[in-house]
Unconditional design. Structure first.
Length: 266
């Protein structure tokens, strides 16, 4: 079995470099922000962080391919690093500390590239999470100062905490009725958004979460962290992994019910 621990150590080095770059510009009064063709914002910090990570990878893993949100795909081969330099750019540009750099190493497999290493670093929150295939998921400030992640044991929707990003996407896809029915069944709902709900599912502080429309870079790192913590990560179609264009994550015990509600009138 391949040993991905060296790749995990590299992911931490990449995250350290990205954290320094993004924190330097966080809340900067002269931060430059543009609008991409899909009408989402991109800041100079997004671009700088991705360029920095790509530069490190070109030296440390020159044979690996890279897919990043801002600069697309570079290289070919069975190993591909997937980068979201700032997940939560809208928060970043408004000075809200809930944003993170997402780094994942994936390998070509059945159904698309599958994550084998994932790291999420949220420096403004002072938090970092990571996982390696078959080695578990962890959180801490460094590899040597970490605690293992485990999902919750909640088995009833009436006891569950459900996290999401917004209502708009569910309405646009015709899934809003099922979504609202789900919110009425659970114990608690919160719209944390972006990477954070998935990390809380992995930690056991949230039991289920879902988003109706995502890109691979939004999901690759999150998916392996959730699954290595003992949870389940699929698309809304039930397909395991981050390749469905949307996501549902849970502690595993509630997953079928989660998918049932979100697909009930679709």
């Amino acid at each position: 079995m391949p040993d991905y621990l060296d790749d995990l150590r590299l992911a931490h080095v990449l995250a350290d470099a990205a954290d320094a770059a993004t924190m330097e510009r966080f809340k900067a009064l002269d931060l430059k922000v543009e609008t991409k063709p899909d009408m989402t914002p991109v800041s100079e910090a997004d671009k700088a962080a991705e360029e920095l990570i790509r530069g490190h990878l070109s030296r440390a893993r020159p044979r690996d391919a890279v897919l990043g949100e801002e600069y697309g795909v570079e290289g070919t081969g069975p190993r591909r690093w997937i980068i979201d330099p700032i997940d939560g750019t809208k928060n970043y540009v408004r000075g809200v500390p809930v944003w993170a750099t997402l780094i994942s190493l994936t390998e070509a497999g059945e159904g698309g590239y599958q994550p084998v290493v994932g790291l999420v670093s949220a420096p403004a929150l002072g938090r970092r999470w990571w996982a390696v295939k078959d080695h578990g998921a962890f959180t801490g400030r460094s590899l040597t100062s970490a605690s293992r992640l485990r999902v919750s044991q909640v088995s009833e929707l009436s006891d569950a905490s459900f996290a999401y990003s917004s209502l708009q996407g569910w309405e646009e896809q015709g899934r809003l009725d099922g979504f609202l029915d789900l919110t009425r069944e659970v114990w608690r709902t919160r719209a944390y958004g972006d990477f954070w709900p998935y990390m809380m599912v992995a930690e056991g502080s949230v039991d289920i979460c879902a988003e109706p429309e995502l890109s691979l870079w939004d999901m690759a790192a999150n998916s392996i962290i959730v699954t290595e913590a003992g949870g389940t990560f699929t698309g809304l179609d039930g397909r395991p992994g981050p390749n469905s264009g949307n996501a549902a994550a849970s502690n595993g015990r509630l997953h079928d019910e989660l998918l049932g509600y979100l697909n009930q009138r679709y």
